[in-house]
Every structure is written in C-alpha cells, then in structure tokens.
Ligand binder design. Sequence first.
Ligand code: SF4
Ligand code: SF4
Length: 195
Amino acid sequence: MNLTLRRLRFLMRWVVFYNARLVWLCLRLPRRHSNAALSSVADERRRRAQLALARVSGDCASVCADCGNCCLESVDRFTPFDRVVRTESDSPAPSWDRRIYSVPWMIYNSVRHGVQRLSPGSKKRPAPACPHLTPRGCGLSIEERPMICVSWFCPRTVFAMSERTLAARERPLLIIETLHRHALEAACGSSDHSS
Ligand code: SF4
Ligand code: SF4
C-alpha cells in the first residue's frame, strides 16, 4: 500500500472532509426550497467538471467495475443539490432522494453492511439497486449522473489512482463542491423569499 503525502491529503480532503461537509450542507437545507435554481451556466460548469473527472477516471474505473457496490443501494443518488443546479438546464435532475445524506439512514446502512459482511451470505447482492443501473453498468452518461456518483471515492479507489490522477481530480472536484454550496445558498434564499 503506497501511502504518500498526496494520497493521504486526498483521502482527508475528498473522502473525509468533503463528504462530512456535504452531510452538514444537507442538514442545513430548508424543508421548503421548491423554487430554488442556479443559472444554466452553473449546470454547464457541472457538466464540464463531470466530463473532466471522467477523462482521468481510467485507473479507478476498473476497480469500481469489479466491485460495483456503490450502485447497489436502493436509493436514487439525485439529491436536492442536483435538482437546484439542474433546474434551469436542458436536463433537469429526474428525481431526488435526500436519504443519501440522512445521518440516520447512513447509520442504518453502515450497520446493515456490517451485518452482511459478517454473515455467510455476505456476497449476495442486495436488491433493488439504484434505478439507473443496467446490466451494462450505469445507464446515464457521465455528465448526466448525479454529482455524488462522480465525486465519491472509497479508500480502495484512492489507492488505485496514480498521483497524477489524484492531482488532476482536484480542480473539477472543487467545482462540484462549490456548486453544492451555491445550491444551498440558492435554496436558503428561495426559502426566505417564499416565507
Ligand atoms: S467507490 Fe469503492 S465501494 Fe464504490 S464501487 Fe468503487 S470500489 Fe466499490
Ligand atoms: S446513477 Fe449510475 S453511477 Fe450513480 S449509483 Fe446509479 S447506476 Fe451507479
């Protein structure tokens, strides 16, 4: 296992801090934010960032293809953040399910996975999977996928990536992180206006 400073930094920044922050942003989402939307320019930025991440995904894509666990949860990965960013675009998010950032749901899911791993039938894949999963993998093109699908890395993928790939991922990830923050601000703004 090659734990370099850059890899450690990436793990802390983009696996720990980034996801903890998303949970925090999600907790701050107002209950009512139906009118919130960023401009279509923001969505264009999202699409370019997702395509940039895809261009450097080679060394961890095969690891994920072998594993596939992330696509096997019975939740739709489109969150309220995707909806706010994409509402003004030509491809609004088809749905959203905030359970993916719900702390009780994450605790329940971690316990469920722990029990599955300890039980004899642990290799059995749970059903149903993400509604976008097809027999040939994700049915959505990379730029149409939820932001969480392109910005989630487990430690295994971080160790599969070269240092060059880790470095190339930072900028598009920063764009996606900023879009989450702007989506929250828009949601809070629209909630203020509607109250
Ligand atoms: S990110 Fe990790 S857990 Fe998810 S599919 Fe890839 S290898 Fe599996
Ligand atoms: S949208 Fe695609 S990449 Fe994301 S969890 Fe579903 S099948 Fe997997």
